[in-house]
Design a protein around this ligand. Structure first.
Ligand code: AR6
Length: 171
């Protein structure tokens, strides 16, 4: 499915050959479960070694590393908010994650980038609301950054895919 530079895919993000993949990390940047664990396993120990030099990452911000054994040249690590019912600034923090990633992507001349559904796994962010924010920020980035050609949203399960399809149809 394509939508003016936005594409949905069901592949494992670790196998995607793009300039940059995004990691849904935690504040320590020392690895974890979910997509974070998968990315570290595929990239190899050098990724963790580089992450250790970064001193962590606050929620809503992002940090960039090399991709090491991954097909992607870069990994952009961002820390999404834990869902607490939406009363603790979660939508603003999630939007900041996407903006922080797009800003690093622009600085590094990234033309294509793949995102997992940040915060919607272990961090429990509702999938439809998260997809709406992701699509909104992706559209903004494509309009503002002419180097950026393609944004892939990786739908690791059917519910995530439906959430993105709905968000894409809404705007
Ligand atoms: N490729 C693409 N998407 C994936 C993959 C994969 N290989 N594996 C899982 N997903 P999560 P969060 C999807 O929990 O909610 C970690 O322990 C998954 O189905 O990975 O931001 C970190 O260290 C879901 O749609 O990230 C943090 O502690 C999405 O990726 C915490 O989890 C995000 O799920 C971050 O939680």
């Amino acid at each position: 499915m394509t939508n003016n530079g936005i594409q949905l895919t069901e592949e494992d993000i670790t196998g995607i050959k793009v300039d940059a993949i995004v990691n849904a990390a935690n504040n320590s940047l020392r690895g974890g479960g979910g997509v974070d664990g998968a990315i570290h396993r595929s990239a190899g120990p050098e990724l963790l070694a580089e992450c250790r030099t970064l001193g962590g990452c606050p929620t809503g911000e992002a940090r960039i590393t090399r991709g090491y054994n991954l097909p992607a040249a870069w990994v952009i690590h961002t820390v999404g908010p834990v869902w607490h019912g939406g009363t603790q600034g979660e939508p603003g923090l999630l939007a900041r994650c996407y903006r922080s990633c797009f800003s690093l992507a622009q600085e590094h001349g990234v033309r294509n980038i793949a995102f997992p559904a940040i915060s919607t796994g272990v961090y429990s962010y509702p999938k439809e609301e998260a997809a709406r924010i992701a699509v909104q920020e992706a559209r903004r980035a494509l309009a503002e950054n002419k180097t950026l050609a393609k944004i892939l949203f990786v739908c690791f399960n059917q519910a995530t895919k439906l959430a993105y399809q709905k968000a894409l149809a809404e705007f």
